[in-house]
Every structure is written in C-alpha cells, then in structure tokens.
Design a protein around this ligand. Sequence first.
Ligand SMILES: Nc1ncnc2c1ncn2[C@@H]1O[C@H](COP(=O)(O)OP(=O)(O)OP(=O)(O)O)[C@@H](O)[C@H]1O
Ligand SMILES: [Mg+2]
Length: 261
Amino acid sequence: MPARRVAFINEKGGTCKTTLAVNVAAYLAEKKKKRVLLVDLDTQGHAGKSLGLDPRGLAKNVFHLLTDANVSLDDVTLPTATANLMLVPSWKEMAEFPTVAGPDPQRARRLATRLTPALDRYDFILFDAPPSLGLTTTNILVAAEEVVVPVATTYLALDGCSEMVDTVADVKANFQHETLRITLVVPTLYRKTQLADEVLAKLEEYFPKRTAAPLALSVTIDEAQSHGKTIWEYAPWSRGATMLQSIAEAVDRAGKTAPAK
Ligand SMILES: Nc1ncnc2c1ncn2[C@@H]1O[C@H](COP(=O)(O)OP(=O)(O)OP(=O)(O)O)[C@@H](O)[C@H]1O
Ligand SMILES: [Mg+2]
C-alpha cells in the first residue's frame, strides 16, 4: 500500500493546522506504530519548531527539495524525538518558491514528484500548509489525497471552509485528481459560547459525518508547542492529549471510508 497522503489546510491563519499536523503525525507514529513523514511547507517553520527542531540553521529544507534537482528527499529528511516520525523542515526561503518555479508547466506537481520515493517507505505523509492559497498550497493538494480542514469556531470560520471546498474542487478538475477529497473538518479553539455552538451546528450541517469532535481551548496544548514537544511527550494524560487522540483517530478513520461526493 502506498503512503496515505493527508494535508492540513486552511487559508486562514491560526486555525491549529500545525498543532494538528504535528500531534496527529506523532500519534500515528508512536501509538499506531506507523512510519510517518511530516512535510512542513510554511515559511514560519512551525512544524519543526513544534518538534523541538530549529529550522533556521539547516543547509537544506523543503525549498531546496522543490527547486534543486540535485537535492534528494534523504538530504532534507530529519529524525525527530518520536520514533518512526521523520520531518522535512521548511523555512523562509519557501516564500521564493513561486518565483523560482517560474513558468515551469509542471510547477504544481513538483512536491508530488519529489515525494515519489517516500510512497513505499512510509505509511503516512502529512503536510502542514501555510495560511494562504497559492502555488505552495496547490502543490500540497496535488500531492495529497485526504484533506483535513481545521476551522476555528469563530465568526468567519465558515467562509474559510467554503473557500477550501472550492479550492479542492478546482484542483480536482484542473489536475485530473479524482481521489482528492475533504475527509474531515475539525472545529478548533472551541470555547462554549452561543456563537461557537452556532458555528459547530453549521459545520455539522455542511459536513455531515465529516465533522470531528471539537478541539477545545487548552493551555496545555499551547504550552507543549512552546516547549517544542508533542502533547504525548509533554502531557500525555492531559485533557488536551485526550482531545488530540480522538481527532487523530478520526483522521485515521475518515480517510479509510469511501470518498465523499
Ligand atoms: N487547543 C488549543 N488551545 C489553545 N491554544 C491552542 C490550541 N491549539 C493550538 N493552540 C495555539 O494556537 C496557536 C495557533 O496554532 P497553530 O500554530 O497550530 O495554528 P496554524 O493554523 O498552524 O497557524 P498558521 O496559520 O500561522 O500556520 C499556537 O500558539 C498554538 O499553540
Ligand atoms: Mg501553522
């Protein structure tokens, strides 16, 4: 079986894309004993930082993989403190990717092409997307099959979600990528208010059976990230860990069910 490819995407900033990508990756690796590759594609390098790795001083990162044919996947793959979890880090150079890729007609397929050797080496490839649409996000959608959309349960949350539905439909059509689908919507930063509950109800209406239990606000989750640790390293018995475990299980299950129409 080739690796399942799961992207965590929302063009809105701060919706817990990185938190979910990192902790779901670590859960699959540590608790489910899967071989997992986490690919960061955000200029902020937060996936690396959340795993206690400093992406700043590295000679090569995902940008070099995407723009230099002499750089191999092995050259940019790093081990992490979690067994079975490897990371391809990202850093500021990624801002130059669209310019450097220029008019190359295959520019949207570069990530998929460069990750081909990983397909039979890993069980999962997870992508942490930047908070914007553009060439990088298109590359992620072309390389992925399953899309997880973390949505903050705030005003305008639904806007971001409908944008994602359109973007996924565009990539499906433009790149003949029939198997691409939104498998799960994850309400995040949830705090019990009337507005948040209205947003939750709408998400469940628009994405029936594809809306996960919400990730509530949790200081422990924030703290774990600031210490460069996964929740499983930092506070495995916390409420935050319980919530993230249930989301990780939902991500795993959702991708196994038949493609949603
Ligand atoms: N359940 C939570 N409760 C409280 N804070 C959280 C929770 N989950 C994540 N955070 C914090 O919220 C902030 C944003 O989370 P995160 O970096 O995962 O979002 P993002 O969508 O990746 O952001 P960006 O769009 O900038 O990439 C971080 O400081 C993170 O530690
Ligand atoms: Mg992020």
